[in-house]
Design a protein around this ligand. Structure first.
Ligand code: T5A
Length: 214
């Protein structure tokens, strides 16, 4: 018997350090999925809903030291809760696939590893705010920290509070992303982001075909 409900869509996130190429790759992935008759919503964090975009402004602008690590984490999760409840879940339930430029793995990498808040604190907050909700596939774009930062600076249009943090911070979060992938191999996949955009997309397409059976 059919319930008339569309099949739930898939939730894909792209992650990585500054300038890893997420925005560039999300455009290609959306087009490729659309060509396969898959309806796609693209979104981003911090942001993606009206309230979360307002919180984004507090996070990506201003003095590097304006928040301590816990306050910054709670702001990211407040934005995320609004984004998930108002945008991501309704789209998935309507059968759309959702691709988000960053999600909770960024909090684990940036605040957990980068700022040193630690895995357990971030995981406890995650469980409280999002319960069992998680991604179907997370692609982590891995790139030399210095290369990513120089790419990010070349395209920068303000919103550079994180780019101004020191190089050691960016190196810690790169290692953090690699550890996240190692700890969750069924959900995450690391892609080498050093090549040109077409080369990186070839790898991403292969991962999506393999993991999500497109
Ligand atoms: N943050 C976010 C946290 O600290 N905790 C959290 O929980 C969350 C969700 C905002 C900031 O918030 C922090 C992390 C961030 O610092 P953001 O808006 O996603 O997040 O900021 P960035 O990651 O800095 O976004 P960027 O635009 O810099 O990076 P992208 O999207 O990864 O890269 P993209 O595609 O814009 O490319 C950057 C430049 O490189 C070129 C592009 O043309 C562009 O000029 N490029 C390439 N050049 C050569 N070879 C390739 N393969 C290239 N791909 C792209």
């Amino acid at each position: 018997m059919t319930t008339g409900q569309p099949e739930r869509g898939k939730f894909i996130t792209l992650e990585g350090g500054e300038g890893a190429g997420k925005t560039t790759q999300i455009k290609s992935l959306k087009n490729w999925l659309n060509d396969r008759n898959i309806d796609v919503l693209t979104t981003r964090e911090p942001g993606g809903s009206e309230g979360a975009e307002q919180i984004r402004d507090l996070l990506v602008n201003g003095d590097v030291a304006r928040w301590d690590a816990m306050t910054e984490t709670l702001l990211h999760f407040a934005a995320r809760r609004d984004h998930v409840e108002k945008v991501v879940k309704p789209a998935l339930e309507a059968g759309k696939w959702v691709i988000s430029d960053r999600f909770a793995d960024s909090t684990m990498a940036y605040q957990g590893y980068g700022h040193g808040l630690g895995i357990d604190q971030i995981q406890t907050i995650y469980d409280t705010i999002l319960s069992s909700f998680n991604t179907d596939l997370t692609i982590i774009l891995d790139l030399e920290t210095e290369v990513g930062l120089s790419r990010a600076i070349s395209r920068s249009g303000g919103e550079d509070r994180y780019e101004r943090m020191d190089i050691e911070f960016h190196q810690r979060l790169r290692q953090g992303f690699l550890e996240i992938a190692k700890n969750a191999p069924d959900r995450c996949c690391v892609v080498d982001a050093a090549g040109d955009a077409d080369d990186v997309f070839d790898q991403i397409r292969a991962v999506v075909q393999d993991r999500l059976k497109v």
